[in-house]
Design a protein around this ligand. Structure first.
Ligand code: NAD
Length: 502
């Protein structure tokens, strides 16, 4: 396990005590101008192609393949062969291959960072954190192990429990954080001896295809593949009888469809879904410090982070002061193209999400909620999917902006006076991804934290992860945690072995 010095803030700052991007590496073959599927140890194109736009400039990104059912069948057949080979490779050798893959990725930090800015619109420093976190995650997962458990060692009988690979697995990733969320799946899937097919979102396929292409140097054919396609690709993969496990990251609505499809063959599934994280701010905080931290997590990735703060509950004694500081941060933050050095908030990543965020704003206007700042500065000189961050002051608990996940730069800030009541309000949601408490009285904070219904509970911080700890989710935010030893076990079958002497 990592020590405390490696406690990390996910997507807010890079892993501590790690340096990245310093390895010189043979860059032959990996270019970032053409993007192809990775099937059976080879790059392959399709007759039909598509492309996305850079959300900052609306310029077209390069073309990517659009898979057919035939490509899916080919990839799954290759994965079956790859899984058979890979399962026979020792844990130590698989670990070495993954570590070499992480080292090679480190040689391409700049290229993966730039492609992330182009496909996601992330500000450069955040995009680089994604890549740094990908490398860190692989290395950290490689430090974990799943030894056999001796259950009984008597004279007449030996009983162990051990973990065996599932075989062909599929990782479906969303458009936010595609590279890092793929690495959350690549490292544990391959370390435990499975073959993995990655399916990126049609809105962010570039980095994921390149990850799998890089993997060609380190893993046997069929062990790490990636397929790009349209909306029918995910359902083809989840319905395929030869897939043993689907690790899904995305929205609750799609997660339910994926589970329904997987149920036909009783596939193993894990679900990392949406969140509506509350932050409870107590009366004894320094408003300026806490407001800045909460505002920066809420606006990280323009609010397009599953575990961003999405609802803030502030004690009435400090409500006005905290609200004013959050609004100040929102008003003054630099919104712009991810490649501009001073940009803190980039665009919304794609058109459908942009339309969804605008719908939320229209809904807020129609409900005549109190939007701050009062005069939102216009977005000038920018062509892309930009939205100025706004705070909604003290909306009712049943307002859509409180109940749903806007996944954009809109933050409702509510008032509380009674501790039991604010805990009830924070828990009054179908989501259960993360929740935080902010208090200088750690006894009070612990007491509140103990009652929060979420997979990740933070005290005086938010959205912090450690790759050796489970990234957990409760309620409709999902199940089957990623990361940590718990995450490793999800990629395995459990097997009990009984031995008697003859
Ligand atoms: P989405 O659910 O629309 O899509 C996710 C992925 O599923 C994409 O690759 C998509 O192409 C694929 N997909 C769509 N329909 C499918 C189907 N019927 N069968 C199989 N695959 C299908 O989500 P999104 O809009 O890409 O991402 C945003 C959502 O993801 C938000 O709700 C966010 O909170 C959530 N998210 C969760 C986590 C987490 O770890 N909990 C991390 C990031 C994002």
């Amino acid at each position: 396990m990592a020590d405390n010095t490696e406690s990390l803030v996910y997507l807010t700052r890079p892993p501590e005590n790690q340096t990245f991007g310093n390895i010189s590496h043979d860059k032959n073959q990996l270019t970032f101008t053409s993007f192809q599927n990775v099937i059976d140890g080879e790059l392959s194109s399709t007759e039909l192609t598509r492309s996305t736009v850079n959300p900052s400039t609306l310029e077209a990104n390069p073309k990517v393949p659009v898979c057919t059912q035939h490509d899916v069948d080919k990839a799954i057949a290759a994965a079956q062969r790859g899984a058979e080979v890979w399962a026979k490779v020792s844990w130590e050798e698989r670990k070495k291959a993954l570590e070499a893959f992480a080292d090679a990725l480190e040689g391409y930090v700049t290229e993966f960072t730039h492609i992330t800015v182009r496909e996601n619109g992330l500000p450069l420093p955040l995009a680089k954190i994604d890549v740094d976190w990908s490398i860190y995650t692989i290395r950290e997962i490689c430090k974990l192990s799943l030894p056999d458990k001796v259950i009984e060692a008597s004279r007449g009988r030996h009983v162990i429990e051990r973990y065996t690979p599932i075989g062909v697995t599929v990782g479906i990733v969303p458009w936010n954080g595609p590279i890092v969320l793929s690495c959350f799946k690549i490292a544990p899937a391959l370390l435990t001896g499975n073959a993995l097919i990655l399916k990126p979102s049609p809105f962010a396929p570039y980095g994921v295809l390149k990850l799998a292409e890089l993997g060609l140097r380190f893993f046997p054919p069929g062990v790490l593949q990636a397929l790009s396609g349209n909306d029918d690709l995910g359902p083809w993969l989840t319905a395929h009888p030869d897939v043993g496990r689907v690790s899904f990251t995305g929205s609750c609505a799609t997660g339910k469809k994926v589970m329904a499809s997987c149920s036909a063959h009783l596939k193993r599934v894990s679900m990392e879904l949406g969140g509506n994280d509350p932050a409870i701010v107590c009366e004894n905080v320094n408003p300026a410090i806490v407001a800045e931290r909460i505002a920066s997590v809420a606006l990280s990735r323009s609010g397009q982070l599953c575990m961003a703060v999405k609802r803030v509950y502030v004690h009435e004694a400090v409500y006005d002061a905290v609200l004013a500081e959050i609004v100040k941060y929102f008003e003054n933050v630099k919104v712009g193209d991810g490649f501009d050095s001073d940009t803190v908030v980039g665009p919304i990543s794609n058109r459908p999400q942009y339309e969804r965020v605008k719908e939320f704003l229209a809904d807020i206007e129609e409900a005549k909620l109190d939007v701050l700042p009062k005069r939102v500065k216009p977005i000038e000189g920018l062509k892309g999917f930009f939205v100025r961050p706004v705070v909604v002051a003290n909306p009712p608990d049943d307002a859509r902006v409180v109940v749903d996940e806007p996944f954009g730069p809109i933050l409702p800030v509510m008032k509380w006076s009674n501790e039991a009541d604010v805990i009830r309000r924070a828990n009054n949601t179908d989501y259960g991804l993360g929740a935080s408490v902010w208090s200088r009285d750690l006894g009070q904070a612990d007491n509140i934290a103990d009652k929060l219904q979420a997979g990740n509970v933070w005290i005086n911080t938010h959205a912090e992860l450690q790759a050796s700890a489970a990234f957990a989710c409760h309620k409709q935010s999902g199940f089957g945690s990623e990361l940590g030893v718990t995450g490793l076990t999800g990629w395995c079958n459990v097997q009990a072995v009984y031995t008697r002497p003859l």
